[in-house]
Design a protein around this ligand. Structure first.
Ligand code: NIG
Ligand code: FE
Length: 418
């Protein structure tokens, strides 16, 4: 007997099916629909799906006590999983956005000690409490747009003390909000001016001085690097990611965001969990990524904000066997956006992904990209009852009702949080 059991009925469910691996190719277009159905939730986990009558009979027979909740023909999808954000920061960079609108490029601003380096300065001068407060507000805003699981990177500290301050702030946000939060250690986000001519020395510092503390405190699960012209080279990125893997961190890479430096090829060589951005990646390297089972995490709101060509999702899905995931990349510089519905709309309208592909990309494949596929990403028996009620008859509403919040309610582990 369990008094916390809930039977939600009168539901129209749209969900990917988890076959034990991320979805790619034609499979990424498959979504299962249940009409007028019900789910039975115990301790936040879905333990049965079927008709209301079936679930009532099953659970009356085994003497369960449950709350019956009429969802009034609600359209539901799994909670969004946002697998790439830089939401922990201390300053907004609105004036930089103005500079970019007037023609300055993202890398030019970084070269002149602005961009990421301006955020590094702000984190240095910020208390941990301020970081917690800014990050929590953004996380809760993302939740009101349907995000129930999120990844957050460090990377505006660069040096040990500040990186650990960021990771500690992310942990505090995790402990005080309903979402599942996955932390990524990203000291290799920019080259500090002290190491401008000694990248190798900075990579060694991360490996020798920072990895041990990050691991000892068990405060991050992934390691990421900004592999880009003028930031970290392929060789520097390789050295860092190989050491991270050896130390026990899972790996990701910011690859080919601005220039094709071969980041996607390195992602394939190291078989990292995911490679992100890929705006400039070439087809051969993308095919190699497909063979290495690496997930392509695409960030269309960043292309929008940087006024760049969108990543070629069609090529990746149709010709490269690449599982595609979607994320916001929310950060104060290249993309200040925490809304997965906005990203979803861009993916459908500007990257020509189908609604089904975008749904798989923003739930199941995104969950695989941050190693949470065992608990979230689809509405199936054994996974958490994390779901969103849409203000429409199908997930198409997310692209159709542009610029509006089509999320009526958000449930995390069976509890209404919005
Ligand atoms: O993914 N490109 C590197 N990192 C972020 C931007 C971070 C920033 O500008 O503050 C990105 O776009
Ligand atoms: Fe990023």
């Amino acid at each position: 007997m369990n008094a916390s059991d809930k039977l939600f009925y009168n539901l129209n469910i749209y969900t990917p099916i988890d076959t034990g691996k991320p979805s790619f190719g034609k499979d990424q277009n498959i979504i299962k629909e249940y009409r007028n159905s019900a789910i039975y939730v115990r301790n936040g986990i879905i333990i049965d799906i079927g008709t209301k009558d079936e679930l009532i009979i099953n659970n009356t027979n085994n003497n369960s006590v449950f709350e019956l909740i009429d969802m009034c023909s609600a359209t539901i999808i799994p909670g969004f999983v946002d697998p790439h954000t830089h939401m922990c920061f201390a300053n907004r960079r609105e004036s930089e956005f103005d500079m970019r609108l007037k023609g300055a490029t993202y890398l030019e601003i970084l070269e002149n000690d602005g961009g990421i380096l301006s955020s590094v300065n702000a984190v240095k001068n910020s208390t941990e409490e301020k970081l917690v407060s800014i990050t929590r507000d953004l996380v809760l805003s993302a939740m009101s747009s349907g995000t129930t699981t999120i990844e957050i990177k460090s990377g505006y500290g660069l040096f040990k003390e500040e990186e650990l301050k960021m990771l500690s702030a992310i942990k505090k946000v995790r402990d005080t909000t309903p979402l599942d939060i996955v932390a990524t250690f990203m000291a290799a986000h920019a080259v500090p001016s002290e190491y401008k001519d000694n990248h190798e020395g900075f990579i060694d510092l991360i490996i020798k001085e920072m990895f041990p503390d990050v691991l000892k405190q068990n405060i991050a699960e992934f390691c990421d690097v900004f592999c880009e012209k003028g930031v970290f080279t392929i060789d520097e990125s390789r050295k860092l990611l190989q050491a991270a893997e050896k130390a026990g961190l899972k790996t990701k890479i910011h690859a080919d965001e601005v220039f094709d430096t071969g980041g996607a090829s390195l992602a394939a060589e190291l078989a990292v969990t995911s490679a992100e951005h890929l705006l400039a990646a070439n087809i051969d390297n993308l095919k190699a990524m497909g063979q290495a089972n690496t997930i392509a995490v695409l960030l269309p709101a960043t292309a929008y904000s940087l006024k760049k060509e969108y990543a070629n999702a069609r090529l990746m899905i149709d010709q490269c066997n690449l599982p595609v995931a979607l994320a916001t990349d929310c950060n104060p510089g290249s993309c200040f956006c925490e809304s997965m519905p906005f990203v979803f709309g861009l993916a459908v309208m500007n990257m020509n992904m189908t609604v089904n592909e975008a749904l798989v990309a923003s739930t199941l494949n995104a969950a695989y990209a941050i190693n949470r596929n065992n608990i979230v990403g689809s509405l199936e028996i054994g996974k958490q009852a994390d779901f969103i009620v849409l203000d429409g008859e199908s997930p198409t509403i997310l692209a159709y009702h542009a610029g509006s919040n089509s999320i009526l309610n958000v449930y995390k582990k069976g509890e209404k949080v919005i």
